[in-house]
Design a protein around this ligand. Structure first.
Ligand SMILES: *Cc1c(COP(=O)(O)O)cnc(C)c1O
Length: 374
C-alpha cells in the first residue's frame, strides 16, 4: 500500500499527461511558455482571486509575499507552532522574528485566543513591531479565517495564508488561497495538487502586489528582464510543470477532490468511536493533504505505527517537533510562550494513507489493523 499513490494517478492520467509533456518538449519553450499563463489564469479563477503568479516552490511563494510587504529586521511575524518548517523559516530568512503561536487541539490550526495573547505580549514588550499573521491550512483544512481576520483588523496586521497543504479546501464555498491579503500554495508532488517536481504560487487581489510578485520571481525585473529594479529571486515555474499541472488540475476539479473526501468519510465512519478523528467545523471543507488521527499517548502511537508498518501499511508522524522546539530556533526560545497543545499533538498524531485513488478495501484494511492494535 502507498501512503500517497502518485504512480496510480499517473497511470490514470497517462495519455493526457504524456501528450502534455511531449508538447512542451517539442515546443522547447521551457521557461514562461504559454502553459504557465494558462495555468495561472485557471488557478486564479478556481480559487476566486484576481491574480495568480506561479513560482518555483511553496517556500519561495511565502518569501515573495514577505518581500512584497518589506518585512525584515525588527518585525514580528506570528506563525503556528505546529506546521512544516518552511512556514517559519522564511520569516527568519528575511531577518524578521517568528513568534510561535499554539494551535487548536481539534483542528490543528492556529488558535485565535493564543494568537491575540501573543500579539499583545509583543506590543507590551516593545522589542518588535507586529506585522503579519501567517495562517496555515494544515492537512488541507482552512484556518479559522473569520476570527483571524477580526484580530488582523484590530491590530492592523496582514494575513499571509500558507495554503501549501490547503489547495481545494473551503469555508462556506469560499476557497482556500483566497483568505490571505496574500495567499500561497505549493505544488510539491505530495500536496493536494502536486506537479512532477517543485512548484508554487502566490495569490492576491491586489494589482500592485501582483506586479511586485512578478518582479520578485524574475530577479527583481522592472520594465523588462534586463532592467533590474530590486533584488529578487530566480523563481519561475517551469513550462513542463505548468503543463503537468493543467492535466492534474482538471482531474482535481472533476473527481480527485470529491474522491479524497469520500475516503476521509470512510475512515471517519469506521474510526470515530475508536480514536480521535479529524474535526471539520461546520461549513468547512478539507482537501485532505493528510488524514491525521490522535492516539492516547506517544507509546501507543509508536506501537500502532510499528504494527501498521509490519502489516505493510505506511504512516507518517506530521509533525514530531514543534517550531519552538526546533534546534534552528533555539536562540529565541527564552522569549517564547509555551505551546502545550503542540507538544501534546507531536506525541499523539498519526497520519494514515490517503489520496484520491485509495480503495474502500484499503481503508478498511488500515482501520482493521489499527483497531486490533489499540
Ligand atoms: C510543503 C509546505 C511548504 C513548502 O512548500 P515547498 O513547495 O516544499 O517549498 C510550506 N508550508 C507548508 C505548511 C507546507 O506543507
Amino acid at each position: 500500500m502507498q501512503f500517497r499513490d502518485l504512480k496510480h494517478q499517473y497511470e490514470v492520467l497517462k495519455q493526457e499527461m504524456d501528450t502534455a509533456m511531449t508538447q512542451v518538449a517539442a515546443s522547447s519553450a521551457f521557461i514562461m511558455g504559454r502553459q504557465v499563463k494558462e495555468l495561472e489564469s485557471q488557478l486564479a479563477e478556481y480559487v476566486g482571486v484576481k491574480h495568480c503568479i506561479t513560482c518555483a516552490n511553496g517556500t519561495d511563494a511565502l518569501t515573495i509575499a514577505l518581500k512584497i510587504w518589506g518585512i525584515g529586521p525588527g518585525d514580528a511575524v506570528f506563525v503556528p507552532d505546529f506546521t512544516f518548517f518552511a512556514s517559519a523559516e522564511i520569516v527568519s530568512l528575511e531577518g524578521a522574528t517568528p513568534i510561535f503561536v499554539d494551535v487548536d487541539k481539534d483542528t490543528f490550526n492556529i488558535d485565535s485566543e493564543s494568537l491575540e495573547t501573543a500579539i499583545k505580549k509583543v506590543i507590551e514588550e516593545g522589542l518588535y513591531t507586529p506585522k503579519v499573521i501567517i495562517a496555515v491550512d494544515l492537512f488541507g483544512l482552512p484556518a479559522n479565517y473569520p476570527e483571524i481576520r477580526k484580530i488582523a483588523d484590530k491590530y492592523n496586521l496582514f494575513i499571509l495564508e500558507d495554503g501549501a497543504q490547503g489547495f481545494g479546501g473551503a469555508i462556506n464555498g469560499q476557497r482556500n488561497c483566497s483568505f490571505g491579503d496574500i495567499s500561497t500554495t505549493s505544488f510539491f508532488p505530495a500536496k493536494p495538487l502536486g506537479c512532477y517536481g517543485d512548484g508554487g504560487a502566490v495569490f492576491t487581489d491586489n494589482d500592485e502586489w501582483a506586479s511586485l510578485a512578478d518582479s520578485y520571481r524574475v530577479h527583481g525585473k522592472g520594465s523588462f528582464k534586463y532592467d533590474n529594479v530590486r533584488i529578487g529571486l530566480n523563481s519561475r515555474l517551469d513550462t513542463l510543470q505548468a503543463a503537468i499541472l493543467l492535466v492534474k488540475l482538471k482531474a482535481f476539479k472533476d473527481y480527485e477532490l470529491t474522491d479524497v473526501n469520500k475516503a476521509a468519510e470512510s475512515y471517519t465512519g469506521i474510526l470515530s468511536d475508536k480514536v480521535k478523528t479529524p474535526v471539520i467545523p461546520q461549513g468547512y471543507y478539507s482537501s485532505w493533504a493528510q488524514y491525521t488521527i490522535q492516539l492516547d499517548s506517544r507509546e501507543q502511537r509508536d506501537r500502532i505505527q510499528a504494527s501498521l508498518k509490519e502489516a505493510g501499511i505506511p504512516t507518517m508522524v506530521y509533525y514530531p517537533i514543534g517550531m519552538h522546539a526546533q534546534t534552528a530556533f533555539a536562540p529565541m526560545r527564552d522569549r517564547q510562550s509555551k505551546c502545550l497543545n503542540t507538544e501534546h499533538l507531536c506525541d499523539v498524531v498519526l497520519s494514515l494513507p490517503i489520496h484520491p485513488y485509495i480503495t474502500e478495501e484499503d481503508v478498511i484494511k488500515v482501520c482493521k489493523v489499527l483497531i486490533s492494535n489499540l
